[in-house]
Design a binder for this molecule. Structure first.
Ligand code: AHR
Length: 325
């Protein structure tokens, strides 16, 4: 391990890559227990920024040296980052894959180099065995189901016999988009009152959430009863468009969101969002514990899911702790 660390430091000095714009290193005062290379996919949301911060904080806490790259929403940047981690001979590689497909080649290179890989937050799709050791992240299918279950409860309480739903989806080919869409549909499938009018791609971005909402309202006007948005950023982007079109969010149009960042929770408390399914970015401690086990040659769990809940207009949220993201 010590030899590897010296090699990694030498490679860093030689290549002069420490000055690279997107790279951050979280050092430790004492000799680090291991060197972890982490490719974060971007900074598109409060969730993502919270996830980056939580990873850095936990690396410090666990005495792990972290080499963090931000891919700025580009898969090719993530692949390049993983290749640089292999070149540095880090002890463990972790990354949050922006999309599910297209990782076989680079992960085969990591496997051949004998470096264990941990997927954080999102999953990949592969036919190959043994390309990663563990996947730490939310159960996105369950999140989608919880969103649908809230809607059924709300429809019952409001006595509605029909609800037209529009969906603003996350990034194409990403795990949260695919599984939330599926979980939501499965939850409402047996309820004939629920009709999905349209589903559009908002890419998990606030700006796209606004554009999507504008277009949906131009197309469907007052037919829209419910917006199911795959994250808080897109929901917050959609809100002013609903208001500009003359509707009261939370009353004329029900809003269901996912993540549970502080800004969205505050809007939920105002009554302008009806329900938020939690998606926690606090995966850092689980990642550090898994990385330490892998570096020690121990076996790790193949899948690790955090506990998550729903926040809604049925709850008293006054005592809710600050969310921290
Ligand atoms: O992968 C998790 C999703 O990614 C979060 O719900 C979203 O906010 C983020 O961009």
């Amino acid at each position: 391990m010590k030899k590897k660390w010296i090699c990694a430091l030498a490679a860093l000095m030689l290549l002069g890559l420490t000055a690279c714009e997107n790279r951050q290193e979280t050092g430790t005062k004492d000799a680090p227990k291991l060197l972890l290379g982490y490719s974060q996919l971007g900074s598109e949301s409060a969730f993502r920024i919270g996830a980056t911060r939580d990873t850095e904080e936990n690396a410090r806490k666990y005495g792990i040296s972290l080499m963090m790259e931000n891919a700025n929403q580009k898969q090719e940047n993530q692949i390049a980052a993983i290749r640089s981690f292999i070149a540095y001979r880090v002890d463990v590689i972790a990354f949050s894959p922006i999309v599910e497909d297209g990782w076989d080649a680079v992960l085969t290179e990591a496997k051949e180099a004998g470096i264990p890989v941990v997927l954080v937050d999102r999953a990949i799709r592969t036919e190959k065995e043994g390309l990663y050791a563990s996947m730490i992240g939310a159960d996105f299918y369950r999140e989608g189901r919880m969103a649908g279950e809230y809607l059924i409860r709300k429809a019952n309480d409001l006595g509605r016999d029909h609800l037209n739903i529009v969906e603003i989806r996350g990034t194409e080919d990403s795990t949260p988009m695919k599984q939330r869409r599926e979980g939501f549909r499965d939850a409402i499938a047996g309820d004939p009152r629920m009709q999905i009018l349209d589903s559009v791609n908002g890419d998990f971005l606030r700006s796209r959430g606004a554009e999507c909402m504008r277009e949906l309202l131009e197309k469907y006007g007052d037919q829209v009863d419910v917006v199911f948005s795959h994250n808080d950023e897109m929901t917050i982007g959609a809100l002013p468009e609903i208001e500009k079109a003359g509707y009261v969010p939370g009353r004329d149009i029900l809003l269901i969101s996912i993540d549970g960042g502080q800004e969205a929770i505050d809007i939920l408390k105002e009554g302008r969002i009806n329900c938020i399914v939690e998606c926690t970015p606090k995966l850092g401690a689980m990642l550090m514990e898994t990385a330490l086990k892998l570096a020690a040659g121990e076996t790790v769990e193949r899948e690790i899911h955090p506990e998550e809940r729903t926040f809604s207009d049925y709850d008293d949220l006054d005592a809710l702790e600050p969310r921290g993201y």
